[in-house]
Design a protein around this ligand. Structure first.
Ligand code: PBG
Length: 333
């Protein structure tokens, strides 16, 4: 009988050794929970199409934040759903936007909460694109970036700890940095959605944020990245860093782990990954149907993100993951 000399299994047969040599870990502080504040509801309501996620009102938005802080969740990513939209994004940039109201309320009840705001125009524009449209129906990049910088400023003024532009306009990180600095917000960091792909996995979110593009090209392929191209991912990350981004994000998560791993090899700055709404719903449906064990499969996705190099994970499952981490079973054999 053939006797192999090298036996990798030697390192697996003992539970104690498996525990000692495990490389990848995760802590609750590395989780970021997305929260939605909506002007379209009078009281907190489950989001249709995103089971378990809630449209909060601005006067109760601190509730999930306080609960998340108790669970050890590190930060919160705030999305606004306004009642009114226009063609120029002025509502998004106003000091009493739904997001600004929500930030103020959170900070009143939970001054220590770490609040990151999603900065984009899509929910605030009647046509649902992430930027302002020109006459010919294409997105006016530079004009959009200048309005987006004003949105970031409004959020910072309201008390946001960090801003996260998700629009994919060229130069928006530089514009935001300039405007924040000019107004005394030099210490508000920017987490940039840098490698953001034109993905089908944003579907549930767009329904939740009322932000699906309905004019011109009814997708975001004109500004979000093509999943079939990997050349420009590193360029996008590099540009955002050069323009002043402090944290770089890759999005969606599992379908783009290769991009995350490449980014990890290349950049010595904190990296975020976003397990997006479609990934959440897909997993949720599988768990509910009994096709996969929720705890085991969910934790496997978390480990994959960490293995690929994410320093932080934005996930709608933050509470579930926190609960599993608290059980003490994880990262023990
Ligand atoms: C806004 C934005 C989107 C997401 C985060 N910010 C939607 C999009 O770009 O179409 C997606 C988040 C998710 O799917 O969970 N631009």
């Amino acid at each position: 009988m053939f006797k192999p000399v090298i036996r990798p299994r030697r390192m697996r047969v003992n539970k104690g050794l498996r525990n000692i040599i495990r490389e990848v870990t995760l802590e609750t502080r590395q989780l970021i929970y997305p929260i939605f504040v909506s002007e379209l509801v009078n009281e907190p309501k489950e989001i249709p199409g995103m089971p378990g996620q809630i449209h909060w009102t601005s006067d109760r938005i601190h509730e999930p934040v306080l609960q998340g802080m108790r669970a050890g969740i590190g930060g919160f990513l705030l999305f606004g759903v306004p009642a009114k939209k226009d063609g120029v994004g002025s509502i998004a940039a106003s000091d009493d936007s739904i997001v600004c109201k929500a930030i103020k309320n959170i900070k009143k009840h939970a001054p220590e909460a770490y609040i990151i705001t999603d900065v984009c125009l899509c929910s605030y524009l009647t046509h649902g694109h992430c930027g302002i449209l020109c006459e010919n129906g294409s997105v006016d990049n530079d004009l959009s970036a200048s309005v987006i910088a004003k949105v970031a400023l409004a959020h910072a003024k309201a008390g946001a700890d960090m801003v996260a532009p998700s629009d994919m306009m060229d130069g928006r990180v530089g514009q935001i940095r300039e405007v924040l600095d000019a107004n005394g917000f030099e210490n508000v960091p920017i987490m940039s959605y840098s490698a953001k792909y034109a993905s089908a996995f944003y579907g549930p979110f767009r329904a939740a944020a009322d932000s699906a593009p309905i004019e011109g090209e009814t997708d975001r392929k004109g500004y979000q990245m093509d999943p079939a191209v990997k050349r420009d991912a590193m360029l996008e990350l590099e540009l955002d860093l050069a323009e002043g981004a402090d944290i770089l994000m890759v999005k969606p998560g599992l379908p783009f782990l290769d991009i995350l791993a490449r980014a990890r090899d290349r950049f010595e700055v904190p990296l975020a990954v976003y397990q997006v709404s479609g990934e959440y719903c897909m997993l949720k449906a599988a768990f509910e149907a009994g096709y996969a064990d929720q705890e085991k499969a969910l934790m496997e996705t978390m480990i994959s993100f960490r293995r690929a190099g994410a320093d932080m994970i934005i996930t709608y499952f933050a509470f579930e993951v926190a609960e599993y981490l608290h059980s003490g079973k994880y990262f023990n054999a």
